[in-house]
Ligand binder design. Structure first.
Ligand code: MG
Length: 203
């Protein structure tokens, strides 16, 4: 499709269809026919990143199984911050948990979801938060997210961390390092990934 993008020459390739060398904890994730299929547990990049641009392509299981949060759930994490991956094609769930949401924090501007089995793209520009010595955030994280060519977060400033907003959960900012791994989530569904690359941005 028109939104599939070849990596620019200065990109760091995280998955090009051949192997999992860029990832830790990926033993149970499978590479087959040029795609990476979710296995057991979250995988994370060996290299760490601060501000960056990420391109990732993913596809929900076909036929679709389950509903709500149980259908094609995975996630792309920038350090502790999750952009939800979910099959939100004719699949209702809570707004800040749908496909493209900054999970538990911000819903996407539009639902740009394609049907299960089709390839979808995220193009993300991430600016990390900055913390002072007391652990207070002095510059909030910013996300600009394009899903299948549609802007779903327009330079969104995160008001706090992401995560499920249960009655006992704390989702305020928690201090972390300048750089962290990029991660992909195992939520029990065999979501497929391909063409994953990142370009660090000078902070
Ligand atoms: Mg998820």
């Amino acid at each position: 499709g028109a939104t599939n993008r070849d990596p620019p020459s200065d990109a760091i390739i995280l998955f090009d269809g051949s192997d999992k060398h860029a990832w830790n904890n990926a033993e149970t994730w499978t590479v087959k026919d040029g795609v990476l299929i979710v296995g057991k547990g979250m995988i994370e990049t060996k290299q760490t990143f601060g501000d960056c641009q990420l391109h990732v392509e993913w596809s929900s299981p076909l036929p679709a199984k389950g509903d709500g949060q149980g259908r094609g759930n995975s996630g792309v994490f920038f350090g502790p911050y999750e952009i939800q991956v979910l099959d939100s094609y004719k699949n209702i769930t809570y707004p800040d948990g749908q496909c493209g949401a900054l999970y538990g924090r911000a819903k996407p501007l539009v639902n740009a979801s394609r049907a299960p089995g089709e390839w979808q793209t995220y193009d993300v520009t991430f600016h990390r938060p900055i913390f002072n010595e007391d652990g207070e955030v002095t510059r909030k994280a910013k996300f600009h997210v394009i899903h299948n060519g549609h802007v779903i977060h327009d330079n969104l400033e995160l008001t706090g961390g992401t995560g499920w907003r249960g009655p006992h959960s704390i989702s305020e900012y928690k201090k972390h390092g300048d750089k962290g791994p990029l991660k992909m989530q195992d939520h029990g569904n065999p979501v497929r990934f391909r063409n994953v690359w990142v370009v660090p941005i000078k902070d």
